[in-house]
Design a binder for this molecule. Structure first.
Ligand SMILES: [Zn+2]
Length: 256
């Protein structure tokens, strides 16, 4: 089994900073750089040297520390080829399914357009870790700034196809609001009720609600549950196309 250690900490108001550390090689990567100084401090506290940055997308709250951290550490920045023009300091451009060898671990880029057209997730197969940025949140998904509902639905199917025990890390702590929304449209879902209770308790104690397993997300995340009869009934879209149901959920969440 793997040697990867993951450190998760809060940055800005609701972003997550994420560091992955490979004990054998000593390599350390940041998944996005929401706050360069905060990441620098977290590295220092663990005595880890930053060697890589993996960017999930170009948004201002995911790349602002790129250049500063690269200047201080000489780290290598990896991002989507499609977004090369808008990822500051990018060194290595990957496309869908391409792998990057990080120590002994293959990290696979999965293109997941929708939130932006260049959005990607990073998957560590050996450890079953998935870093979704703003594509998938616990019980939610990213807003459609650049892609259509159809494009985003398609991207989420790629995530859904990964092993059930995949551990998901996301770009933001939006889980409590997402849970309230999910309960509104699928109140009879027992797994959702249980997860919502767990999330309320965690947030009351100021604890993070992530990571979360893919199996839990498949049972509770309305954006992965367009085949739920209860959700279809809620929108009066019984038998409609999955993308149409997805679009209805997304539109309602935008107003929530
Ligand atoms: Zn974003």
């Amino acid at each position: 089994m793997s040697e990867l250690e993951v450190a998760q900490f809060r940055c800005r108001s609701d972003n997550f900073g994420l560091l992955i550390h490979d004990k054998t090689s000593g390599l350390t990567a940041a998944i996005d750089t929401p706050d360069g100084e905060k990441i620098w401090k977290e590295l220092h506290e663990r005595n880890w040297q930053l060697s890589h940055i993996f960017n999930t997308h170009h948004h201002y709250d995911h790349v602002p520390g790129n250049e500063m951290l690269k200047e201080r550490t000489g780290c290598t920045i990896i991002g989507a080829k499609m977004d090369a023009h808008r990822i500051p300091g990018i060194d290595i451009q990957l496309t869908d399914g391409e792998q990057y060898l990080f120590g002994n671990q293959e990290i696979t880029m999965i293109e997941t357009p929708g939130h932006t057209m260049g959005c990607v997730c990073y998957y560590v197969e050996e450890d079953r870790l998935l870093f979704t940025g703003d594509t998938l949140f616990s019980m939610g998904c990213g807003r459609l700034f650049e892609g259509s509902a159809q494009i985003m639905w398609h991207s989420l199917q790629k995530i859904k196809a990964l092993p059930e025990d995949t551990k998901i890390y996301c770009g933001h702590e939006y889980t409590l609001t997402n849970a309230e929304f999910a309960l509104e449209i699928e109140p009879g879902n027992k797994a959702l009720q249980a997860r919502a209770n767990e999330v309320r308790e965690l947030r009351r104690n100021r604890q993070d609600t992530l990571p979360i397993s893919l199996s839990t997300e498949k049972a509770t995340n309305p954006f992965l549950r367009t085949d739920s009869t209860e959700i279809q009934n809620f929108f009066n879209l019984q038998g409609a196309s999955q993308t149409k149901i997805f679009a209805a959920i997304r539109a309602r969440r935008n107003q929530f």
